[in-house]
Design a protein around this ligand. Structure first.
Ligand SMILES: Cc1cc2nc3c(=O)[nH]c(=O)nc-3n(C[C@H](O)[C@H](O)[C@H](O)COP(=O)(O)OP(=O)(O)OC[C@H]3O[C@@H](n4cnc5c(N)ncnc54)[C@H](O)[C@@H]3O)c2cc1C
Length: 342
């Protein structure tokens, strides 16, 4: 096997949607799983701490120089691979753009992923935080995935149970999953499709268009229209989508908060806990539209932190910490960041 083409001192600015101008000391564009096998077989390279990078849309690089070996996943390909009695199986390799993959499934006449249209990033990253939007999550359509295990140097197939999916969470975010790189993901898309319009805003959007019995493509178009109105386009203004997860508190804590803030946004969970809207909490602290240095809070959505131009990762982090401190002081709630920090 040829030596791995590891590049040095590479700018990551184009590779993270916050547009943080950090540099990678070592960078490898992964186009073939054999490169990962070669890496795992080389004791010096295998010992280096790694960052598996997709589209960099759920990432905050907090330092100017990244010491980790950056493995930029660029495995390409998407195809229908089979079927079961009630579903068609579609596989995307890790480096495929998620939105284009969703559009590909729709072009094959397959519904199921349309509510997750326009989420930035790659297919390979979609299971990592079990991405979701408008009442749908990856885990709902997931069939299986293939992952490379850096500790054994072997490839393994994983089921939904193996992935331990939860709200914006999976095994890959925990100690026993961090040594895995996702190579491809297979989805089971239903042969008998029905629209998922649980999310009231989506139902209203279709109603406003006069569409009573939508096709998957029409649901996708409605989702795209809503997202374009609400969220900043990373190509224009650097951001990583929602910066904080919606916090979950006990029923008693929620009741105490409601006494003081009767219009607190809260959703009862099956286990009796309450999920609060992080954006609402941040808005109440007066952060919407505010800035700290060159980092700011998006004026239309308090949950989205933005790079107002030239911000360093440290500036975005300082803003996030200031918001966390205010929300904690006022509501006694700790906001947990959604993006991965390196
Ligand atoms: C404008 C905007 C809107 C967004 N909206 C949503 C939304 O509605 N719902 C939602 O859930 N998310 C949303 N996000 C977050 C983001 O799009 C998703 O988390 C996405 O899955 C990240 O993909 P990525 O390829 O960019 O991952 P990266 O940011 O490159 O990586 C994120 C994490 O996944 C790991 N990773 C990436 N690829 C692999 C792989 N192949 N194998 C193993 N680990 C890997 C990385 O190591 C890192 O820990 C939004 C982001 C933006 C910028």
């Amino acid at each position: 096997m040829q030596a791995l083409p590891i590049a040095h001192d590479i700018s990551l600015q184009q590779f993270n949607t916050f547009g943080i101008p950090a540099r990678a000391r070592r960078y490898l564009r992964v186009e073939d799983p054999a490169q990962l096998q070669a890496l795992a077989a080389d004791p010096a390279l295998a010992a280096l701490p790694r960052l598996v990078l997709g589209g960099g849309s759920n990432l905050l690089i907090t330092r100017d120089e990244v010491e980790l070996l950056v493995l930029h996943m660029a495995l390409m390909g998407k195809e229908i691979v089979g079927e079961t009695a009630d579903a068609v199986l579609v596989r995307g390799r890790a480096g495929e753009n998620w939105h284009e993959f969703v559009q590909f499934t729709l072009a094959q006449g397959l519904g199921g992923l349309e509510n997750m249209s326009l989420i930035p990033g790659t297919v390979g990253a979609s299971p990592i935080q079990n991405i979701g939007a408008y009442g749908a999550e990856v885990k709902d359509l997931f069939h299986s995935l293939t992952a490379f295990d850096f500790t054994t140097g072997a490839t393994r197939t994983m089921s939904a149970a193996d992935c331990r999916f939860a709200y914006r969470d999976s095994v890959f975010k925990h100690e026993d999953g961090r040594q895995l790189a996702v190579l491809d993901v297979t989805f089971a898309l239903p042969k008998a499709w029905t629209p998922n319009l649980r999310y009231a805003e989506l139902a209203r959007e279709l109603e406003a268009e006069g569409i009573a019995a939508p096709q998957p493509r029409q649901v996708a178009d409605a989702v795209i229209a809503i997202r374009r109105r609400k969220l900043p386009d990373p190509a224009e203004i650097g951001n990583a989508g929602s910066f904080f997860k919606n916090p979950v508190v006990s029923g008693e804590h929620c009741a105490r908060l409601l006494e003081q803030w009767p219009n607190l946004v809260h959703h009862l969970q099956p286990d009796g806990t309450e999920k609060l809207a992080a954006g609402w909490l941040i808005d109440q602290c007066g952060w919407k539209g505010k800035a700290l240095g060159r980092a700011g809070v998006y004026p239309k959505q308090a949950l989205v932190l933005v790079n107002n131009g030239g911000a360093s990762g440290a500036e975005v982090l300082a803003l996030a910490r200031a918001i966390q401190a205010d929300v904690r002081e006022r509501f006694g709630v700790l906001l947990e960041p959604e993006p991965v920090m390196v």
